[in-house]
Design a protein. Structure first.
Length: 277
C-alpha cells in the first residue's frame, strides 16, 4: 500500500510540475511561422488564377477581371507543419468562390501573409496591373477592410481608376450593409473606399455592392441567386465603351538595326578620298 501512495505522490508532483509546460506546449499556439515574401510573378503567389490568359482590351475589347481578397487566403501558420495545409485550404477556398465570381470574369486571388498584409497585397495588385491586366476593367471582391497601400494607384492613376468597377463586399450577415473602410495609416491616405471608386459610382450601392456568401461543406461560397454586382456592374463594359478610351497595344522592344552604306557602282573609299582632296 505504501508503494501505491508513493507512486501516486510522484505522479501528483510530476503533474503539478509538468502541467503548465504541457498546457503551453499542447494547447497554447506558438508564435506564427515567418513565411518568405510571395513572388507574384509566379503562380506560387496566387491562390487562384485563370487557366488561360484573357485577351487584352486592344484585341477583344472591354471585359472585366475580378481580384479576390477573400476568406481563407490570409496565411498565419503556427508551425512548419501548418504551412502546407493552410496554403492548400486557401487555394481550395479561393477556387470555390471563383466558381461563382467567374460569371463576371477571370479571377485573380493572391495568397498573403497575415503579418505583412499591406506589403503583400500592394505587391500582388502591382503585379496584376503590370502583368495580367492589359487594359481590362476590373473589380475587387473582399470580405474585410483593405489597406490603402494596395489601393494607392487608384488615387494616382486616372486611367486605371476609370476602368475600375468598384468593390464587391462579400458578407454573410443579412442586412449588414455598412461599407468597408480602408486602414488609414496617415492623414494623406483616404480611409473611405468611396474615395477610390470612379466618379460614375458615387453611391455606396454602386461603389460597394453587397455579395452574399454562406458556408457549404466547410467552404464559403456565393449564396445569392441574383446577379453578382447588380445592374451597375452588368452595364460596366457598355459604359466603358462609350466613355473611356481603350489602352493601345504596347510597342514591342525595338531591335538594333544595322545601317548599311549603300553606294553606286564605282563609289569606292579610294574614289571618295580622291574627291575630298
Amino acid at each position: 500500500m505504501k508503494r501505491v501512495f508513493l507512486v501516486l505522490g510522484i505522479l501528483v508532483i510530476l503533474g503539478v510540475g509538468l502541467g503548465p509546460w504541457a498546457y503551453r506546449t499542447l494547447f497554447v499556439p506558438g508564435d506564427p511561422v515567418a513565411l518568405p515574401a510571395f513572388d507574384y510573378r509566379t503562380n506560387d503567389g496566387w491562390a487562384a488564377l485563370p487557366a488561360e490568359s484573357p485577351a487584352p482590351v486592344w484585341k477583344d475589347g472591354w471585359a472585366v477581371d475580378v481580384i479576390l481578397v477573400g476568406p481563407g487566403a490570409r496565411l498565419e501558420p503556427r508551425s512548419e507543419s501548418d504551412v502546407l495545409p493552410q496554403t492548400s485550404r486557401a487555394r481550395e477556398q479561393s477556387e470555390r468562390l471563383a466558381e461563382s465570381l467567374s460569371s463576371i470574369g477571370p479571377v485573380y486571388a493572391p495568397l498573403y501573409r497575415q503579418a505583412d498584409e499591406a506589403t503583400d497585397l500592394a505587391a500582388a495588385f502591382r503585379s496584376y496591373v503590370n502583368t495580367h491586366n492589359r487594359g481590362r476593367a476590373f473589380v475587387i471582391a473582399t470580405d474585410h477592410a483593405l489597406p490603402p497601400e494596395m489601393l494607392s494607384s487608384l488615387s494616382t492613376d486616372e486611367a486605371l481608376r476609370a476602368r475600375f468597377g468598384g468593390f464587391l463586399r462579400l458578407t454573410r450577415a443579412k442586412g449588414a450593409n455598412a461599407p468597408f473602410r480602408a486602414v488609414a495609416i496617415g492623414p494623406s491616405a483616404p480611409d473611405d473606399l468611396m474615395a477610390y471608386c470612379p466618379d460614375q459610382y458615387d453611391t455606396t450601392d454602386t461603389c460597394q455592392p453587397v455579395v452574399r456568401i454562406g458556408r457549404q461543406d466547410g467552404m464559403m461560397i456565393v449564396s445569392q441567386d441574383t446577379p453578382v454586382g447588380g445592374e451597375s456592374l452588368a452595364g460596366l463594359t457598355d459604359w466603358l465603351e462609350a466613355n473611356v478610351a481603350k489602352t493601345a497595344e504596347p510597342l514591342g522592344s525595338l531591335e538594333e538595326v544595322e545601317i548599311i552604306d549603300i553606294r553606286r557602282p564605282g563609289d569606292t573609299d579610294a574614289k571618295r578620298a580622291e574627291d575630298e582632296n
